[in-house]
Design a protein around this ligand. Structure first.
Ligand code: NAP
Length: 273
């Protein structure tokens, strides 16, 4: 449905993977009804597709429409920020702006959205697309209670939320933003090792993948620290201990520290571009 003059509870600039996940989850949790949500996209028709699927409204900001919204979510790609039309960046006077653009500083968002009442910069991760993410966020000012609760609702649609300082968001990126890829990489390595034992491709993948999924679910359901869960499957002199020793002798902890520091450095470099 196209609607040019509406007032929304939440409006999305960008209706792709992350924007779409947030919309679906906000509707599923009854945080907003479809008629309280609006969106726009560029030329690939993602807004129209999302609207057809969920019943939310599409607004063509470039046609001169002037909708209003309480919360504006910026969910395009960082490199698309510069291409947003002036109508898109100046339409929503006084809205609370939540940006999920990786690496784009609040100062740069403020330049493009001078009329936002407050700006929140968030760093989600891909499990957010199934509501199992963790998102660190920071604001350019102390939020009013209503705004803090809007942030908790909107970002909470992706999973857990952690308030932090903007200067810590590069570290959040290095740990939880890039973190899902670390687990996928480890799964790939385990799959390769299984292949070397002679398992066929499908069996190797199943053994590696289900082990990671099962262990993650166990960690989720258990009150125990991961190190304790590890100790429980590591009997002295046993097979797991042999493998863990080999990881430790190979410098796993040091390697993880170096890898996250590389991600941290790169996040800082990218935010300066
Ligand atoms: N994916 C992740 O796990 C993840 C994690 C952390 C942060 N993020 C951040 O999340 C943001 C969105 O990522 P994504 O994976 O959802 O991207 P995506 O699927 O490519 O979606 C981008 C959306 O922005 C729209 N768009 C592009 N140019 C526009 C314009 N000029 N005006 C209005 N809308 C425009 C696109 O429209 P069309 O498709 O119609 O062109 C599309 O709907 C990125 O900034 C990324 O850094 C993502």
């Amino acid at each position: 449905m196209h609607d040019q003059k509406k007032s929304f509870g939440v409006f999305f600039i960008g209706a792709g993977m992350m924007g779409g996940s947030m919309v679906r989850s906000l509707i599923r949790s009854n945080a907003f009804a479809p008629d309280q949500i609006g969106c726009c996209s560029a030329k690939d028709g993602t807004a129209e597709k999302l609207a057809a699927e969920t019943g939310i409204s599409v607004v063509d900001l470039d046609s001169g429409a002037q909708p209003s919204t309480n919360v504006l979510v910026l969910a395009c790609k960082p490199q698309q920020l510069a291409a947003l039309s002036q109508n898109a960046t100046r339409s929503f006077n006084g809205a609370l702006l939540i940006s999920i653009l990786a690496g784009t500083p609040i100062s740069k968002i403020r330049e493009r959205f001078p009329n936002a009442r407050a700006i929140v910069r968030a760093m989600p991760n891909t499990p957010g697309s199934i509501g199992a993410g963790i998102t660190g966020w920071a604001s350019d000012q102390t939020l009013q209670p209503n705004d803090a609760s809007a942030v908790a609702t909107v970002l909470g649609s992706l999973g857990e939320v952690i308030p932090t300082k903007e200067s810590d968001l590069d570290a959040v990126t290095a740990i939880s933003g890039s973190g899902p890829a670390y687990l996928f990489l480890f799964t790939e390595a385990l799959e390769k090792a299984a292949r070397e034992f002679g398992f066929d491709e499908a069996t190797a993948l199943k053994l590696a993948r289900q082990t990671m999924i099962g262990a993650a679910k166990l960690m989720d359901e258990s009150p125990l620290h991961p190190s304790e869960l590890r100790r429980q499957v590591t009997s002295p002199g046993g097979t797991t201990q042999a493998a863990v020793q080999s990881f430790e002798q190979g410098g796993l902890h040091d390697l993880v520290r170096k890898a996250t520091q590389s991600a941290h450095t790169r996040s800082i470099e990218l935010s300066r571009l």
